[in-house]
Every structure is written in C-alpha cells, then in structure tokens.
Design a protein around this ligand. Structure first.
Ligand code: G1P
Length: 296
C-alpha cells in the first residue's frame, strides 16, 4: 500500500489579478495576518503527512525560495537580542519540510506545471495544492489535503476536492459530474475545464487540492493543449479517470482564493479572528465598523 509523502505546489502564475502589488512580490508571498499565503499551503501539506514539497516556480519567484531558506543575519540578530520566540518561528519555517524548487520555464498551463514535478515525484502518489488557495478548517478537523491523503491510503485511488458553486461561477472552475458513494465521498463520472453553465448539469467545482496516482504523469505527457491552448490538469484527470478511476471528496473547511482580492480579504479577516492576540480587538473593530450607530 503506497502512502502520499510528496506534494507539488504550482506557484508560477503571474498574479495579474493582484497587480500592481504582484509586480515585484509573488502573489504567494502576499501576507495573511503575519505569514505569506504559501506558508499556510505548505503547512496544510505537512500536517497531512507530506515530507517533500516540490515548488513549481517561475521567473521572479525567488522570494518564495528565500522564505524557506536560512537568513543568517536575521537569525543571528534575533538570537543576540533575545527575541527567541521569533527565532523559534523562523527555525520552524525553514525546517518545515524538504522544499525542492523547480522552474517552469514556459507558462504552458497548470497541467504542464504539475508535470514539471515528475523528476522529483517519480512513481509515487502525490498531492497537488494550488499555491494561491488556502483552506481554513475547524480546530481539530482534518484539512482538505489530509482527507484526500487518507482516502488514497484507504482506497488506493486518486481523488480531488469538490465544492458546490453557483451558476455564475461554473465557468471559473473545472466542473466534475459525480455520483455519491457515501457521505463526503463521490465517484467522478466526468470532468471538464471551465464550461459554460448550460454545458453541464453539475455545479460541483474542483477546489485546488488533489491527490493523484503517478499514472497522471503519463496522461500529462501525452496531453494535448486544451482550453486557452494550455495543458490543462483537468484534461489529464479525464484520461486518468477512464484508466484508473477518480473520486471526489466534499469538505467542511472554508476555502479561499487568496489570489483574488475579495477572497484574500475574506481569508485575512477569518485568520485575524482566529488569532488569539488580535481576536478580541479586531472583532470589536469589525462590529463598530459594520454597526456605526453603536460607536461611542
Ligand atoms: C484552476 C483549475 C480549475 C480549478 C481551479 C480551482 O483554475 O484549472 O480546474 O477548478 O484552479 O481554483 P485557475 O484558477 O488556475 O484558473
């Protein structure tokens, strides 16, 4: 029985939805309360049992690599000045996992980005976590990635996370037609990348967390450009499902597209409300802001 110990995090996108902020700062490095988006994603993977993380980065993304690297001057300064809690946090970040960075030299699509991770992943099953999406679960409940990893170890089948979307949002996502197996678990019958709402009956969208059998690489290798002339991950999932089957899991965590302004703001608010040092003051501030008549 193989276990999922590796993850690919595609983080090569240009972040055009966040310009001008992302002109020099990768969107995955935008701050959510006190840590960049990518750290939340990496921690989700690590907490699901992942040991090796393959970052697929593009040009101008070295800030992500630096973030997981040693910063001698800073660490030394914190040690000298006795700021040990901060030093401890930095040491934990650089030891969080084996981070292996691979350059995607051409922007040929999400499927191509995932394929760039093959030299590290080889013949093992692997998770994929999109680097600009974060999920926030209830304390103690398994994360979306943990659910997918568990499903793989129990059933040895690839699975993807799905969520209900509205008619207007169908064309923003990969859409899966599914049949319920039990509770959160579904069999995937078909998948299509960003259809028009009238082209599909389902309103179940792919949510940026996946666990795949290594057969997916074979499908990506022979994959033809799809929507927008890009190698689409969703198209290779279609061939995978025909050969080896594919399941889909619904989840209870909140999922945010932190590469989008509104999603980013919502994630910031939710994380701030979960931060013990900010929670009380921030809640009061939000209440005052939304109910101005209650201000003294
Ligand atoms: C990508 C995938 C899509 C998936 C979405 C989740 O689209 O291609 O299938 O539903 O992520 O966020 P993108 O957001 O990169 O356009």
């Amino acid at each position: 029985m193989s276990q999922v110990k590796k993850a690919i995090i595609p983080a090569a996108g240009l972040g055009t939805r966040f310009l001008p902020a992302t002109k020099t700062v990768p969107k995955e490095m935008l701050n959510l309360v006190d840590a960049p988006t990518i750290l939340y994603v990496v921690e989700e993977a690590v907490n699901a049992g992942i040991e090796d993380i393959v970052l697929i980065a593009g040009r101008g993304k070295h800030a992500i690599e630096d973030f997981f690297d040693t910063s001698f001057e800073l660490e030394d300064k914190l040690a000298q000045t006795g700021q040990l809690h901060l030093l401890d946090r930095l040491l934990k970040i650089r030891n969080v996992a084996n981070i292996i960075s691979i350059r995607q030299k051409q922007a040929l699509g999400l499927g191509h980005a995932v394929y760039c991770g093959k030299p590290v992943v080889g013949n093992e099953p692997f998770a994929v976590l999109l680097g600009d999406e974060i999920t926030i679960g209830q304390d103690g409940s398994p994360s979306v990635t943990a659910q997918l990893v568990k499903n793989f170890s129990e059933n040895q089948i690839s699975s993807v996370s799905i969520m209900q979307v509205s008619d207007e949002d169908v064309s923003k996502y990969g859409i899966a037609e599914v049949e319920k197996i039990s509770d959160h678990r579904h069999k995937v019958l078909s998948v299509v990348e960003k259809p028009k709402p009238e082209q599909v009956k389902s309103r179940m969208a792919l949510a940026g967390r996946y666990v795949f059998d290594s057969q997916l690489f074979e499908e990506l290798k022979s994959g033809k450009p799809g929507l927008n002339g890009e190698i689409q991950l969703t198209d290779s999932m279609k061939s995978l499902l025909n050969k080896k089957g594919l399941e889909a899991l619904t989840f209870t965590s909140q999922r945010y597209d932190a590469g989008d302004k509104l999603g980013y703001l919502k994630a910031t608010v939710e994380l701030a409300l979960k931060n013990p040092a900010l929670e009380t003051e921030f809640k009061k501030y939000l209440k005052d802001l939304t109910q101005p008549w209650s201000r003294k």
